[in-house]
Design a protein around this ligand. Structure first.
Ligand SMILES: *Cc1c(COP(=O)(O)O)cnc(C)c1O
Length: 378
């Protein structure tokens, strides 16, 4: 068999979900009629209500992006000193800790889920530890029950970064049901988006007033400002776009599920390449299709596969490489030491995120899988 042909156009790892423009324009007409562009307008209130239902959470507040949401969430819990977290994530997770004046303590990840390894948390707990910040990476859920038990034993708060886990459920419960606060990102590259946006979900209604204050400069009323809040408000244009996008999320999930199925079928048996597993008790987000390449068994390492895919116009991404613990700005942390993070180091050298979005279609997913098989054999 000859070499597969490169794709005519470049194929990127994702593409934003764009609803029909008419749907957005219809909502923008409402914004124009109301002459209200930000500060708790009608679009924002409606989107909050719809997302509370969709995400099965009693409390949800929208933000202008996921990072400010996380920063506000960390402040709302009044944490101090050290927070145990994963090095295998996007920069924003750890940077939020730094902005909140907290010290990240890196903990290794579990080899199967690639989330914080719950079995390695306890030895890192000291008198200075105030919380655990874990990430449902790629929409793989953390061991939420074990983390909860540890938090209760040591009186720690638990925050989840669910930027990849929109609509994920465990035994029918939304992921926001676990931990004290869960952050969602609605960046354009996420399954559901508002171009830029984010949210905090939580269960304790007592947190609501404090988070709302942190989102809006700490302004209590015309005469009082009670704390140094930030500007985390989602505006009406973002919320209007979100309402239009939300109508298409289920359809997008179905189309991504077909892409997942094609990849699984075509790549499942390839020696040295591991495909994602979707546990039956979890509702997946289909945020990323990430394979792991074992250089010994596959015959090529991840970087070579990445480079060769590019020659076929397939732009995969090395999510998440390098580890956050390897960033220059975290160089002084003792827990950034590589000996301490063997699984995270290995996983970061093996992961490759393949193009995965509804409009990709099963045919192109099949083409990408054929290219990967060709690279494996040649
Ligand atoms: C996208 C992302 C964020 C940041 O979200 P923004 O909305 O872009 O600020 C945080 N954590 C993870 C894991 C992400 O992928």
């Amino acid at each position: 068999m000859g070499s597969p042909k490169p794709f005519a156009d470049r194929i990127f790892v994702t593409r934003p979900l764009l609803p029909p423009l008419q749907d957005v324009i219809r909502r923008l007409r409402e914004v124009w009629a109301a002459q209200w562009l930000t500060n708790g307008g009608a679009q924002l209130q409606l989107l909050e209500e719809r997302l509370r239902a969709y995400l099965k959470t009693s409390e949800l507040l929208l933000f202008n992006n996921g990072t400010t949401a996380l920063m506000a969430g960390l402040r709302a819990l009044e944490l101090h000193d050290e927070v145990i977290t994963t090095p295998f994530t996007f920069a924003a997770t750890t940077h939020s800790l730094a902005w909140a004046g907290l010290c990240p303590v890196f903990c290794d990840i579990a080899p199967d889920t690639m989330c914080l390894d719950a079995q390695r948390i306890e030895p890192l707990i000291t008198r200075r530890t105030s919380a655990i910040l874990a990430v449902h990476v790629y929409g793989n859920l953390c061991d939420v029950r074990r983390i909860q038990a540890i938090a209760e034993r040591h009186d720690l708060k638990v925050i989840y970064d669910a930027a990849h886990a929109f609509g994920c459920e465990l035994d029918g419960r939304g992921v926001g049901a676990f931990g004290d606060i869960t952050m969602y990102s609605f960046h354009a590259t996420k399954l559901f988006h508002t171009a830029e946006g984010g949210a905090l979900a939580f269960r304790d209604p007592a947190l609501r007033a404090r988070i709302a204050l942190l989102r809006n400069f700490g302004i209590e009323n015309e005469n009082e400002v009670s704390l140094p809040g930030l500007n985390g408000k989602m505006n009406e244009l973002q919320a209007a776009l979100g309402l239009a996008v939300l109508d298409y999320v289920e359809d997008e999930r179905r189309r991504r599920a077909a892409v997942f199925a094609t990849y699984q079928e075509q790549l499942g048996g390839l020696d040295g390449l591991t495909t994602p597993t979707l546990p039956p008790e979890q509702r997946p987000s289909y945020q990323y299709f990430v394979v792991r390449i074992d250089p010994e068994r596959f015959g090529k390492d991840r970087d070579e596969v990445y480079a060769r895919l590019k020659q076929f116009n397939v732009y995969a991404r090395k999510y998440f490489h390098p580890l956050v613990s390897e960033y220059a700005c975290y160089r002084d942390l003792t827990t950034r030491n590589a000996d301490h993070l063997p699984v995270a180091r290995r996983v970061a050298s093996q992961v490759l995120s393949l193009p995965c979005y509804g409009a990709l279609g099963a045919d192109r997913a099949q083409g990408i899988a054929e290219i990967l098989r060709f690279i494996h054999e040649h």
